[in-house]
Design a protein around this ligand. Structure first.
Ligand SMILES: C[S@@+](CC[C@H](N)C(=O)[O-])C[C@H]1O[C@@H](n2cnc3c(N)ncnc32)[C@H](O)[C@@H]1O
Length: 221
């Protein structure tokens, strides 16, 4: 199971507290993957749904669909959340996603969007990480460009095979996020850094100190 956090139990507690989840809550996990957060929250409320592009047949209340291109078949929800999304080039169509999320929420419904905190990385900067296991070494280079961070990853297996992977994350400025969300009828309530610490986000905080950029918004029109 993929892990994007140090402590997923803390992320779940963050969702419960921030979204005031009770046994009556109706909500959706967007990009739920194997249901790490979803299944724990479904233990609190049976009306929490999961959506993912890929099929996860073990999950309850699950819809397999592309929320950039297909309508979310839910309405009047209390909340929606989307954690550690990876949207590739769809990042540049985020309006379609936000419109879809907006239409499945009730008025004053809440939305949590958990992004990576790349905006303080300077344009042109590169960061390299290395990971060593018994069978392979992975070298990842992240490069900041004006509107994105690009990833070049090489996996060298000790049996001689090599694999190259590329990826891209859009980097939003604070103004851009406020505008994009407002255009779709959302108002930002709070911004957080790392979930683990419920750290309020200061946009000037260096990336080394907070890996996340978590937006908590409300549908206000
Ligand atoms: C990086 S994983 C994060 C999984 C999980 N939310 C977590 O935090 O552990 C992103 C997930 O979003 C899903 N996803 C990406 N684009 C999607 C789309 N257009 N529609 C539905 N799911 C999507 C992927 O299939 C993947 O399971």
């Amino acid at each position: 199971m993929a892990k994007y956090y140090k402590n997923s139990q803390q992320q779940i507690q963050f969702l419960i507290d921030t979204l005031s989840i009770t046994s009556q809550s109706k909500g959706v996990d967007l990009g739920c993957q194997s249901g790490e957060h979803l299944q724990k929250l479904q233990n609190i409320s049976p009306t929490i749904y999961g959506i993912d592009l890929k099929k996860f047949s073990n999950l309850k209340n699950f819809y397999q669909l592309d929320f950039f291109r297909e309508d979310i078949p839910l309405s009047n929800l209390d909340f929606a959340y989307c954690l550690s999304p990876y949207f590739d080039t769809d990042w540049w169509k985020i309006e379609d996603f936000l419109e879809n999320v907006h239409s499945c929420l009730k008025m004053n419904g809440h939305f949590i969007l958990d992004l990576f905190h790349y905006h303080t990385m300077k344009v042109g900067d590169k960061r390299q990480t290395h990971r060593l296991t018994k069978s392979e070494v992975t070298v990842s280079t992240f490069t900041r460009e004006p509107d994105r961070v690009s990833l070049q990853r090489t996996i060298i297996r000790f049996d001689g095979q090599q694999k190259h992977i590329t990826g891209v994350w859009r980097v939003f400025t604070q103004d851009e996020l406020v505008t994009l969300l407002d255009q779709q009828g959302f108002m930002i309530l709070h911004q957080y850094g790392d979930f683990d610490k419920n750290m309020p986000l200061d946009w000037n905080t260096p990336i080394s100190e907070t890996k996340r950029l978590v937006i908590h918004a409300k549908k206000y029109r």
